[in-house]
Design a protein around this ligand. Structure first.
Ligand SMILES: NC(=O)c1ccc[n+]([C@@H]2O[C@H](COP(=O)([O-])OP(=O)(O)OC[C@H]3O[C@@H](n4cnc5c(N)ncnc54)[C@H](OP(=O)(O)O)[C@@H]3O)[C@@H](O)[C@H]2O)c1
Length: 282
């Protein structure tokens, strides 16, 4: 195996951060060199793996010369700018799953890609990558004759609504039908006293309990309907995808990259049964 990729984790105390930290010790190809938490956090100075010999502790600053090739960010929209700035300043690849970003923050990702390799995805699971491809195929075949509704369900702590994944799925379907989501997305119907417009894409949001993340794309026609649903039962699926992306991003030149590219490259090297999925991902 090639040498391990030195990685910094930003948002280490969060649900996703903890999921990633649980997986890293199983990965010989990833070398976690810093686990960053919010400045002033009670986690600063605590050991990252109390039961292991590794001496890494949580921190909120970086050693000036700390060698790292990839920064993985799972924080929140308020701290996203700081994460991206750190990656640019240190000339590291930036892999981020933080959602709820503003249009300006999305533009900042493009600007950063002129200087460093950037991969942002609203959802790091392989299953959702396949779901999106299936939805695009269905949208192309069914066109505007079938009404599209996208339903996402998440735990009670999730801040942004609809989810970033729901928006990405909606954007993919809208593009496949020759529109933008700005033109056809409908995000609230309370008080509406009109029929559903042809071609619109409606969003419904469920928030409660500990739901990790469910997404359904409903294609409703006359006399029949199709429903494509993905349910994540553990955040480990997102963490695995993020580590796969981090490993693949190391050493790349500046530019925007997609999770599909990283998954496709990994599947080509793998004898995993998921090799079949690579056909769909091309
Ligand atoms: N793309 C995907 O596949 C995927 C999957 C799941 C979640 N997400 C998204 O990923 C993000 C994180 O999700 P989560 O469930 O892990 O949220 P979370 O539990 O709220 O974790 C976010 C963490 O970021 C920390 N943080 C805030 N400011 C920071 C700073 N300046 N430096 C370092 N850390 C900082 C927070 O610390 P404090 O609590 O101390 O403020 C918190 O621990 C969300 O945007 C979520 O929607 C994406």
């Amino acid at each position: 195996m090639n040498r391990a990729t030195p990685v910094i984790l930003f948002g280490a105390s969060g649900r996703m951060g903890q999921e990633l930290l649980a997986l890293v010790p199983q990965r010989r190809d990833i070398d976690l060199v810093a686990a960053l938490v919010r400045p002033g956090s009670r986690w600063v100075g605590e050991p990252v793996w109390p039961d292991r010999a590794a001496a890494l502790t949580y921190g909120s600053t970086l050693e000036p010369e700390l060698p790292a090739e990839v920064l993985i960010d799972f924080s929140n929209a308020a701290s996203f700018d700081a994460a991206l700035a750190l990656a640019v300043q240190r000339e590291m690849a930036f892999v981020s799953g933080t959602t709820g970003l503003s249009d300006m923050q999305a533009a900042e990702l493009d600007a950063a890609a002129a200087r460093i390799p950037v991969l942002w995805s609203a959802n790091f699971s392989i299953g959702v990558a396949l779901l999106r491809h299936m939805a695009v195929e269905a949208a192309r075949v069914l066109g505007d004759d079938f009404d599209v509704e996208i339903i996402d369900a998440h735990h009670r702590h999730k801040r942004d609504a609809p989810s970033g994944t729901a928006l990405a799925l909606g954007q993919a379907v809208a593009t496949a039908r020759g529109h933008t989501l700005e033109e056809v997305g409908v995000f609230a119907r309370h008080g509406q006293m009109a029929e559903r417009a042809r071609g619109e894409i409606g969003f419904a949001t469920v928030r409660g309990g500990d739901i990790v993340g469910d997404h359904t794309i409903l294609f409703a026609g006359e006399g029949e309907r199709l429903e494509f649903t993905h349910r994540a039962s553990t955040r480990a699926v997102f963490a695995r995808g993020a580590l796969l992306a981090a490993r693949w991003m190391a050493g790349r030149s500046a530019g925007r990259y997609s999770l599909d590219q990283a998954i496709d490259a990994a599947l080509q090297k793998s004898s995993d049964v998921l090799i079949a999925a690579s056909v769909l991902l091309r």
